[in-house]
Design a protein around this ligand. Structure first.
Ligand SMILES: NC(=O)C1=CN([C@@H]2O[C@H](COP(=O)(O)OP(=O)(O)OC[C@H]3O[C@@H](n4cnc5c(N)ncnc54)[C@H](O)[C@@H]3O)[C@@H](O)[C@H]2O)[C@@H](O)CC1
Ligand SMILES: [K+]
Length: 515
């Protein structure tokens, strides 16, 4: 699991080490220099490095790195000082190593273009965790010129003009090929904004770990976590023990959503998938997925429950919403079931997914638990926020958190980066596994099914939500050959087994290697 921290937590963790006289900046600079060398391994003869240095310690990192590149790697490394002041110790080190510092104010357009033309790598060390997401006007031409030059950028600690805690980024900030981050992954590198600019994140160990708070600000599941979290069948497994999920999905208007959600659940390895839908929808579902257990709903049945007590007691999670209009009786009943407002046996499931049409049935009085996962996209999240008297314009992390706090449910906010705000107030999860090819109708229905299967298997809501986002994203990448070609939603469901198998097989190899 990647565990990331905000700026304050990192400063606090650094304090005792700095007080003990640990040369943290030199260690950071040495690691930065090493990564620069790595990126230049296929560069032409005598590659050149250009450091953009701010006045603070982040600038110091870059300047010391340039000095090390000159001293220890015989590379031509020079710097542009991007602020009226400069980091004096770093500047002295670079000058002593024979490097040149060009004050930005002294460079005209032509001279700047000339410096960039000769550069094979730019190190962005203008701002680190002290940075705010606004670019001063005098720096705009510099950032534009670097961007236009196409020279690869290595970000020191985090891309400059990104907030290390929230991820908010200035639109002009430089996208990096890699971010070499010092001591701890910064939360802003995993959140929307910073994550799009960071490139690959390379963590440098500065000995901070034991001083960091036990609780991370943001967490991200990685492949190794899939192996630990994903329940797999054993010799004593039965379809009931693996988990039974009941999906109230699909309507006359949107029958296909039922096929997609059911396929998502079945392909994730649910023990049994029940589908509660009108007969015409069930016919379609059973043609595509004959293993489904159908429970017809419709005229004449609207008053009673679709599942009797015994069946409900043998059902472990429910999915309500894909393909349902807001006024569908299954929505009202499903929300009431998950909110504990229904007269059902104690064993009836209180865990599940409220998606699409079911999100509209949540009002200020709805109290849910963290094992219920709401799965809005941004538009649905904003509509829900308005009904719950929450500012709909909040940045995504805060919006997800506010919705979770107001409902008690875990909130999975879909997007290029999927955020999971646990209903119990635990650390935010951020999953960046998707491909833009997933932005097509029906993929959300598949996700709801995946999540339903994981909840039915007994995973806690926040783990199930983050894992579902990871598996869904990976299946999407597989189905689109890493984003190369278009996909349809059913491709995603059909790619789930291979995505799961590949992750587990790779994790097994890793374990073997470590033994
Ligand atoms: N504290 C430590 O022990 C270590 C710190 N290191 C580096 O130090 C960095 C933090 O250094 P600083 O605290 O000096 O902060 P920065 O170097 O990130 O920023 C310096 C100052 O720039 C100003 N500033 C912020 N946003 C601005 C904007 N948009 N436009 C113009 N000026 C702006 C602020 O006054 C800020 O304090 C880390 O990110 C890391 O790179 C590393 O050397 C490792 C050790
Ligand atoms: K930086």
């Amino acid at each position: 699991m990647l565990r990331a921290h905000g700026a304050e937590a990192v400063r606090e963790a650094e304090r005792p080490l700095l007080e003990a006289g640990e040369p943290l900046m030199l260690r950071a600079a040495a690691a930065l220099a090493e990564r620069a060398v790595h990126h230049l391994r296929s560069a032409p003869f005598a590659p050149q490095v250009l450091v953009l240095a701010g006045a603070g310690s982040n600038g110091g990192d870059g300047l010391h790195a340039a000095a090390i590149l000159r001293r220890e790697h015989s590379l031509a490394a020079d710097a542009i000082t991007a602020a009226p002041r400069r980091h004096e110790e770093g500047a002295a080190a670079l000058e002593a190593a024979g490097g040149t510092l060009h004050p930005l104010a002294s460079l005209d357009e032509e001279r700047l273009a000339h410096l960039l033309c000769g550069a094979d790598l730019v190190i962005d060390s203008i701002l680190g965790i002290g940075g705010r997401p606004e670019v001063p006007a005098e720096l705009l031409p510099l950032l534009e010129a670097v961007r236009d030059s196409g020279v690869p950028v290595l970000a020191a600690d985090l891309p400059s003009f990104v907030d290390a805690t929230t991820g908010q980024a200035a639109p002009e900030a430089l996208p990096a090929r890699e971010t070499v981050t010092f001591g701890a992954v910064k939360a802003g590198l995993l959140l929307p904004g910073g994550a799009e600019l960071a490139g690959t994140v390379h963590l440098v160990d500065l000995g901070l770990e034991e001083h960091l708070p036990a609780r991370a600000a943001v967490e991200r599941l990685e492949d190794a976590d899939v192996r630990a979290l994903l329940p797999r069948p054993g010799r004593d497994s039965t379809k009931y023990r693996r988990g039974v999920v009941a999906l109230a999905v699909g309507s006359e208007q949107y029958p296909g959503a039922a096929v997609l959600a059911v396929s998502g659940a079945a392909r994730t390895g649910a023990g049994m998938v029940r589908c509660l839908a009108p007969q015409a929808v069930l016919d379609l579902v059973l043609r595509a997925r004959p293993e489904t257990v159908g429970h017809p709903v419709g005229p004449g049945r609207a008053g009673g429950r679709v599942l009797d007590d015994e069946t409900l007691a043998r059902t472990h999670a429910v999915v309500i919403g894909p393909g349902l209009p807001g006024d569908d009786p299954r929505v009202r009943r499903g929300v009431a079931l998950l909110a504990g407002q229904m007269d059902v046996p104690a064993e009836a499931p209180r865990r599940g997914v409220l998606d699409a049409g079911a999100l509209g049935a949540i009002d200020p009085g709805t109290r849910l638990c963290p094992d219920v996962v709401l799965t809005p996209h941004r538009g649905e999240a904003e509509r829900l926020a308005r009904r719950l008297d929450i500012d709909p314009d909040l940045p995504a992390p805060e919006l997800a958190r506010a919705l979770a706090a107001a409902t008690g449910a875990t909130v999975l906010l879909k997007g290029a980066i999927t955020l999971v705000a646990p209903g119990d107030g635990g650390p935010l999860r951020s999953q960046d596994d998707a491909t833009p090819q997933l932005a097509t109708a029906g993929t959300g229905d598949v996700l709801a099914g995946v999540l339903g299967a994981l909840l039915a298997a007994g995973l806690p809501g926040p783990d199930a939500a983050a894992l579902a986002a990871l598996l869904h994203g990976r299946a999407g990448r597989l189905a689109s050959r890493d984003g190369l070609h278009p996909l349809v939603a059913l491709d995603v469901a059909d790619s789930l087994p291979e995505a799961i198998g590949t992750i587990l097989a790779d994790a097994q190899d890793l374990n073997r290697g470590a033994r």
